[in-house]
Design a protein around this ligand. Structure first.
Ligand SMILES: [Fe+2]
Length: 305
């Protein structure tokens, strides 16, 4: 890729320009963060509305909205979704993974795919107007909801909403890297989860460091240090752009330790995944069932599109 990769959403320090050691020493990574933040602020400013709960999202980087749908609508969508999960499990039985380590490849099947994080299964099923009309209607409405649009600074829908089943494996046998605290992106981006069943502490609820989506001097310094290391070319240093944070890192940045977000069924969670987060620890074979979407806006557009 050319030098234009610097104004893309690309984050890997394996890239020629993003991973340029000298430029990062001079503050390239911090500059990309600052520019992306300025563009997001401009895009949000163009959206004159202030939807309910946006203030909480802006302050915390995460908001959980219980009782999101009226009971009748929730009952209908849940029935449809659970039938879809059951049908998929009948045809494509869920099996554990104790062999392949780390972030696995997609294993497609008609109507969806499986992907493993260590021993944790992520099963995604397509939502279509024909097969899952209630879920389709819900996803369509969510994709144009004011809160989502303001949070993401966009008028575009997420590329895809999917039914999402998480089945936890045995972390002792095959660790799940998503259970390590990290942030996904250098710029703000949004993930949405809507749950069909209660997510209890033993089901691995999302852990999120409240307020960690924001930049301050110490966070920028930490980001800079991480970028210098990631672009150093030293053997054994990961070049991925999803930086991990330790409890000591959080203390250095003046951030709290992670908060667990167990939620009731019929709760919508929206999070800015520039904030530090992880999949919570869970009992082996426990599961979460929901609808999922993520949206990574083009970070360097000052115009809402
Ligand atoms: Fe993540």
């Amino acid at each position: 890729m050319s030098v234009f990769e610097l104004i893309s959403s690309e984050k890997s320090f394996a890239r020629k320009w993003i991973g340029h050691a000298k430029l990062n020493e001079y503050g390239l990574h911090k500059a990309r963060i600052r520019l992306a933040d300025a563009c997001l602020a401009a895009r949000r400013f163009q959206d004159l509305g202030t939807p309910a709960n946006f203030g909480t999202f802006l302050r915390d980087g995460i908001v959980a909205l219980p009782n999101y749908l009226p009971t009748d609508a929730f009952t209908a969508i849940k029935k449809e979704a659970l039938e879809s999960f059951a049908a998929a499990a009948d045809t494509y039985p869920i099996v554990g993974n104790t062999v392949r380590k780390g972030f696995g490849d997609k294993q497609p099947f008609p109507g969806g795919f499986d992907r493993y994080d260590g021993g944790t299964l992520n099963r995604f099923l397509d939502i279509t107007e024909e097969k899952t009309p209630a879920c389709f209607k819900f996803a369509s409405a969510l994709g144009i909801s004011q809160l989502y649009r303001k949070a993401a600074g966009t008028i575009r829908r997420p590329g895809k909403f999917q039914l999402y089943q998480t089945v936890h494996g045995d972390d002792g046998a095959n660790p799940d890297n998503q259970k390590l605290l990290h942030r996904d992106t250098f710029h703000s981006a949004v993930k949405l989860w809507y749950f069909f069943k209660d997510v209890e502490p033993e089901h691995g609820p999302l852990d999120y460091v409240v307020g960690s989506h924001k930049m301050n001097d110490k966070r920028l310094k930490w980001e800079h240090q991480k970028s210098v290391r990631a672009s150093s070319g030293r053997p054994g240093v990961t070049q991925g752009g999803a930086f991990r944070a330790t409890p000591a890192d959080l203390r250095y940045m003046g951030l709290p330790q992670p908060t667990s977000f167990p939620v009731k069924a019929n709760t919508l969670v929206i999070a800015d995944i520039r904030g530090f987060h992880r999949r919570g620890h869970a009992e082996t074979h426990s599961e979460r069932l929901g609808i999922y979407a993520n949206f990574r806006p083009f970070p360097f557009s000052p115009v809402r599109c």
